[in-house]
Ligand binder design. Structure first.
Ligand code: UDP
Length: 163
């Protein structure tokens, strides 16, 4: 029925999560927290971004004063990009990561990822898409649906929670 169709559809919301270089060694704990929220990791890869790639990913911030520092940071080591899926995935993941500034995060909810693993306004451990439009653009950035890298990308097809 339509209710079932709607709730099944909701479970398929997707977002782009990124573990930034300073938190890649916390990947196991981060994956556990994703699972505990009922979200699924449907694609994942570790990649060392070039400066040009990082600039493209963060293009909306190109005129900000922190842009160069942000590029230094996200290219300082490999990142882990993940497509994560589930009910309200965008909002649930944003809630789990916490506010941009880790000190704000610590004063609001010490269980958020930025509260636990973030250092400062730049080195804040994780990224999450902030809207459906960003989620689509950012997922396509790391996991293009066409082109040569597709052959190297494991596609998640048989999710028992949503078929
Ligand atoms: N950032 C920074 N200085 C600032 C604000 C943001 O270096 O004053 C970095 C930080 O790593 C942040 C990223 O730029 O995660 C993108 O900023 P945005 O405002 O989109 O925050 P987010 O959506 O990641 O919470």
């Amino acid at each position: 029925d339509s209710f079932t169709a709607r709730s099944l559809g909701d479970k398929k919301e997707k977002t782009l999560a990124m573990i930034k270089p300073d938190a890649v060694d916390k990947m196991g704990m981060i994956l556990d927290m994703i699972s505990h929220k009922g979200l699924l990791v449907t694609k994942a890869k570790m990649v060392l971004l070039s400066r040009a790639e990082a600039a493209q990913f963060y293009i909306e911030h190109q005129s900000k004063p922190f842009f160069n520092g942000l590029l230094d940071y996200v290219t300082s080591g490999p990142v882990v990009a993940m497509e994560i899926m589930g009910g309200n995935a965008i909002g649930v993941w944003r809630e789990l990561i916490g506010p941009t500034n880790p000190s704000d995060a610590r004063s609001q909810n010490s269980q958020s990822l930025r509260a636990k693993f973030g250092t400062d306004n730049t080195r804040n451990a994780v990224h999450g898409s902030d809207s459906k439009e960003s989620a689509t653009r950012e997922t396509e950035f790391f996991f293009p649906s066409a082109g040569p890298s597709r052959a190297n990308t494991a596609q998640f097809t048989n999710c028992t929670c949503c078929v």
